[in-house]
Write a protein that binds this ligand. Sequence first.
Ligand SMILES: [Fe+2]
Length: 212
Amino acid sequence: MSTVSSESIRWVEDEVARMCRDLAARLQFHGWHHVSFVRDKAVHFARRNGSDAALVEVAALVHDVNYMVRRNSLPVDGRDLRLGILRRAGVPDGVAARVDAVVEEAEMRTRHRGISPEAQALSDADTLFKALPVTPVVLAPKYLEENGISLRELAHKIVGEQAGKHDEGYYFYDPEAAATYSRWATANLELWQCIVESLDDPTVDRLLSAVG
Ligand SMILES: [Fe+2]
C-alpha cells in the first residue's frame, strides 16, 4: 500500500499545474515544463531504485514551490506552501513531513552520498534537467530573468554547488543515469567553469555590459 493515494497525487498535480499557469510570467525557469519533466524522470528513477514512487512523485510536484513564494530562494522558503498544498490534497501530516524532508535532502547545495532512495530519485531527475545540453543554451537566460541574478553569480553557483559532487562520483545516484548522462554533465560543468574563467577577462566583462 502506497503512502500517498493516487487521488492525492492527481489533486497535487492539478493544483501545482494551475499555480504554475497563473504564475507563468515569473516562473520562466521553474514553471510547469520543469516540474513535469522532473516528475516524469523522478518516477522513472524511483521505480528503478525500488523506493516509494508515489511519495517521490508528489515530492517532485512540490519540490520547487519556493520559487512561487520568493525568487532566488531555498526549498525551506516554500515549506509552508508545500505543506499547505499537501494538507489540502488529503496527504496525512506525517507523510507530508516526509515529502518535505525528501525535498530538503535532494537539494543540490547540501545533498550528500547517503541521502534516502526517495531523495536520490528526485535528485537524479532534477540534476538531469540541469545537465541537459539544451539547458545552458535555452534555459539559463530564463533562470537569470526569473531569479534576478547575474551570469557571474549563476556560473559561480553552478560550479560551486555541482563540481564537487561530480568529482566525488555522486553527481547521479542511479548507475544507469550516471552511465547515460555523465558525458553531458561533464561537458556542462566544463562549460560553466569556462564561463567563470572568461568573466575574469575585463574585455569580456565589458562585452557583456555592452549587450546588457
Ligand atoms: Fe527543480
